[in-house]
Write a protein that binds this ligand. Sequence first.
Ligand SMILES: [Fe+2]
Length: 428
Amino acid sequence: MNPMRGIDVDRLVQPDRVHSHVYTDLTIFEEEIERIFTQGWIFVGHEGEIPVPGDFRQRTMARQPVIFVRDQHGGVQLLMNRCTHRANAVCHLERGNQPAFTCPYHGWRFKLDGELAVVPFAERFPEDFDRSALGLRSVPRVEAHRGFVFASLNPDVCPLKDHLGPLVMQELDDIADLSPEGGIDVTAGYHRLRYAGNWKLQVENAIDGYHANFTHRTHMDNVRFRTGFDPAPLTSSAAPARIHALGNGHCRWDSSSLNKSGTRAFPGKTPDPGAWEIYLDAMIAAHGKERTDYLLSKQGSHLYIFPNFSYTGAHFRLFQPVAPDETRVTLFPFLLKGAPREVNRKRLRVHETFFGPAGGGQSDDLEIFERNQVGLGASLDPWSLLTRGVHLEQQEADGSVSNQITDELSNRTIWAKWKQMMGEGAMA
Ligand SMILES: [Fe+2]
């Protein structure tokens, strides 16, 4: 029982099933915003989005407005978007570059690191008016790993490395090291989705290997028709690919076995031959042959970091809960620093093919999310099952637990983390 709002988490989330209310109930949603999105770590962006001083992005944390900005000293800041005078938002553009933030109401002006620089007609404030104490408020905890920035509104939250754990940090290392320079470039833009469904539908889908052959059947048919390659076996119940639970609700979908076995896992991802050779040479020079082979074998893998980050090959995404039945998702296709232009160009084209506004796959998932929310409204049997593959889980040498790609280990581990954060004593 969650004593704060009378939420019986033990009844709602059981080892083999979850109740519809976890996707539909307003009280539960508000408690998620407090316990998961306010008290815990959440993903807020990548340093590569704001490479130059003055670069900023508007973001939200637990529905609160924040500014993700590169300050005048080159540091990354996460500032509350609220003037310390009368609470007006000081930034109303979604993104851009500017030298300072000026409140449109009474003209207070703040430096990029939040320091209060200008107070118009300041002589009318009393003598004890302390300008130095009135900078934009900084989010209390901001930490990054390989440029991926996480933050918490809870000053007492555990260190980020304890939240991520070594297996997730290794996964982020492997993403960054796809660049010969060891870093990704996130200036190629982003696109945003909105759907009328609960945020956890996107969470579950981010690492769901069971749905691909059915939800994305038309896309697969198109690939087969256009290339002669049939991708359906890659996500069948006979595929060698595995899902891994990495601890703390984090998961990975490991496709390396497909690539190692010589399967053309993702046709179309091979860029123009000349550029590809240049990229390979640069990768081997930077990371060595063995690590390069390993990194490239992971192409097509997925990563989910609880609660609001996922990575899918050529892009990562950020989930933003708005209401029990409304969610926004931002997709960031990214480039590899030091890779030939043709390799990066191909990454964007491949991303668009499935995930873009005119792509063949992302719209399928959005439709599924909304139909899922409709079905959750039927109350006679309010349970969703989590049992697929539960008797076939395997303990792995690296400490993870794994299941076949179409199994539901990911759902079980995500819900176990949710239950831990939403249960009694979680905020103690
Ligand atoms: Fe999908």
